[in-house]
Ligand binder design. Structure first.
Ligand code: KIV
Length: 275
């Protein structure tokens, strides 16, 4: 069944947890789609896990469109959400609508995600009014890394927690249909999930959210630069891949690959004529 804004909202009403993973390419998106994932997020985390940047700041609209289009081709049933990269929406409401439109027209996503609260509510309203569904993102918002001074848990003091709660209400009011909560205390995320009618999707925000998202390189142990506390390894794909690469290198070197069954034949007569 195709996942849509309506089915995602319905899942919250049915107390059916929403599953989301990041994806950045066709083959992986197809595997996740076939596994039954509800939502695929083409996160600007691609700057770190695919392109090797130290943060998400340098990711461009072209990067996002390129990867979103690949993911959309692999997703039959999953809803594809594309991140709006740094400075593609903060600059003006006009820029936000134009760039959200490009992600949908050229990338073929079903929704866009942007970071921030009250300051981006005019953008959320305008994009939603242009018939492009919006996922909001609060808590640790990686595009604000320079303002935060590092990847830190957000909303621990009363003042900070209240601000996140108020911003969550503001983005819902502005028209966001879902909300990613990143690195906030579990009890705050649960409170927000109870107070809002829109579904919350947590990452480092505990089990009280209406759904969960992880970066797939993290949950498959493919990314070894660092491991945040909230990450669980669901498979050790990094080591499986390394074993495969090592085996390939060994077999090429000792001549056991390619074997007879991997090669194409030609008539002896034809070959003789070439000598
Ligand atoms: O870019 C991303 O992958 C994200 C998730 C961490 C939610 O925004």
């Amino acid at each position: 069944m195709k996942n849509t804004v309506a089915t995602i909202k319905q899942q919250k009403e049915n107390n059916d947890k929403i599953t989301m993973l990041t994806a950045y390419d066709y083959s992986t998106a197809k595997l996740m789609d076939e596994s039954g994932i509800n939502m695929l997020l083409v996160g600007d985390s691609l700057g770190m896990v695919m392109l090797g940047y130290e943060d998400t700041i340098s990711v461009t609209m072209e990067d996002m469109i390129h990867h979103t289009a690949a993911v959309a081709r692999g997703a039959k049933n999953a809803m594809v959400v594309a991140d709006m990269p740094f400075m593609s929406y903060q600059t003006s409401v006009y820029d936000a609508v134009v760039n959200a439109g490009r992600l949908m027209k050229e990338g073929r996503c079903n929704a866009v995600k942007l970071e921030g609260g009250a300051s981006v509510c005019p953008q959320i309203k305008a994009i939603t009014e242009a018939s492009i569904p919006v996922v909001a993102h609060l808590g640790l918002t990686p595009q604000s890394i320079n303002a935060f001074g590092g990847f830190k848990v957000q909303g621990k003091s009363e003042e900070a927690a209240r601000k996140i709660l108020e911003e969550a209400m503001a983005v819902e009011e502005a028209g966001a249909f879902a909300l990613v909560l990143e690195c906030v205390p579990a009890r705050l995320a649960q409170l927000i999930s109870e107070k809002l009618t829109l579904p919350t999707i947590g990452i480092g925000a505990g089990a009280g959210c209406d759904g969960q998202v992880l970066v797939y390189q993290d949950m498959l142990a493919l990314f070894s630069d660092f491991k945040p506390k909230f990450v669980k390894h669901f498979a050790d794909a990094g080591n499986v891949m390394k074993e495969g690469f090592a085996k390939y290198i060994q077999e090429v070197k000792d001549g056991s690959f390619p074997a007879e069954e991997h090669t194409f034949k030609i008539d002896d007569d034809v070959i003789k004529k070439l000598y």
